[in-house]
Design a protein around this ligand. Sequence first.
Ligand code: FES
Ligand code: FES
Length: 170
Amino acid sequence: MAQVRVTVDGVEYVDDVEPRTLLVYYLRERLGKVGTVVGCDTSNCGACTVHLDGRSVKSCAVLAVQVDGCEVTTIEGLARDGELHPVQKAFHECHALQCGFCTPGMILQAIDLLGDNSDPDEQEVREGIEGNLCRCTGYQNIVRAVQSAAQAMKPGAAARVEAPVTVAGD
Ligand code: FES
Ligand code: FES
């Protein structure tokens, strides 16, 4: 067992984990963050995407022990005071989902993309989300949603979410 101390969605956790435990299973099975889903387990689909210290990663490609001392944001940590994140809102308003399985990872990836490029054109959005697969939508509305969110987040609004830190059990 190895100890990991990590802040997830603004709450600090200290846990003993098997060194081979993948971050996605730590999030889902230990912390109950089931909004982060497993689509392939082989780092292909992007459904498990979370933010690690503000950048998107596929959490099936990261060991839980590797996030010791880090900050993780999942889809469950994006809303603030009952308000959805602008990218979440845009996905809702643009009907950018059908089954919704890809949506958490797609939204986390889109936020990361907008952090690098606050006004992406269609091609830049498509390239920015190319590591996230959707089997339902044909991507058209997803691209629209990302561009719509970009407009909603102007001018210069922070694309990355900084969660207030509290300690579990406090
Ligand atoms: S479950 Fe991680 S990329 Fe598919
Ligand atoms: S909405 Fe079903 S996989 Fe994307």
